[in-house]
Design a protein around this ligand. Structure first.
Ligand code: PRP
Length: 206
């Protein structure tokens, strides 16, 4: 049996469809919207829906053998898991954004608002840029307008949120897409099952 943690939401549903096509279907998953755990014993697969940011926790601790997780989470939390493959879905980027026309005076400490504190600190440390980091939990895009921060580091997909808040991308920090991750012990003990799954899933992506 392979336990799979899927991120609740559109991305997870899209990935489930790929798993289904790859022969790991579990029809009951489409029957109800409140249940979180679904099993197809015959196919040897069990799926569960969790918050996208929790997938790596389930996988790291072995509650799930594999899971689907954004590169943003892997960069931010560095969970002790194996990254098996790029699912080439959920493409977006981590970016630095600021008010239109923002001029970065390199002599001043840069005030940066973000949810992704670790990834942001690493990014500016590599550039030897001194920053004052402001950890926020959401609505990051209002911070520059209100003078809370000079710039933000956040996920940009279509760019609509930035545009509607009069911000623009000034740098890309890293590209993001969904990754298939595995628990290290599971990968050791279920190598064949997991590798078969990866092979079938990636064949459908290519
Ligand atoms: C992300 C991100 C931006 C938005 C960008 O938020 O934090 O706010 O998407 O998308 P866009 O470029 O297509 O406008 P998300 O919807 O994931 O919600 P969250 O802020 O609550 O995490």
């Amino acid at each position: 049996m392979i336990n799979v943690a899927l991120p609740k939401g559109r991305l997870g549903e899209k990935i489930y469809d790929v798993f289904e096509k790859a022969g790991y279907e579990c029809p009951s998953i489409k029957e109800t919207s409140r249940k979180l755990l679904f099993e197809n014993a015959e196919k040897g697969v069990r799926y569960f829906w969790v918050k996208p940011s929790d997938v790596a926790i389930y996988v790291e601790r072995g509650a799930a053998d594999i899971g689907v997780c954004g590169k943003d989470i892997l960069e931010e939390y560095s969970p002790a898991v194996y990254e098996l493959c790029d699912l080439k879905t959920g493409n977006c980027r981590m970016a630095v954004a600021a008010k239109k026309g923002f001029y970065d005076d390199g002599n001043r400490t840069l005030k940066v608002a973000t949810k992704f504190v670790n990834a942001t600190k690493r990014y500016y440390a590599e550039k030897s840029r001194e920053i004052d980091i402001i950890r926020l939990n959401g609505s990051i895009e209002v911070a520059p307008t209100l003078g809370l921060a000079d710039v933000i580091v956040d996920i940009v997909e279509t760019g609509t949120t930035l545009k509607e808040n009069n911000l623009e991308v000034i740098e890309t920090v890293f590209p993001i897409s969904a990754r298939l991750i595995a628990n290290k012990a599971s990968f050791k003990f279920k190598t064949q099952e997991i590798e078969n799954l990866v092979e079938k899933v990636t064949a459908l992506l290519d």
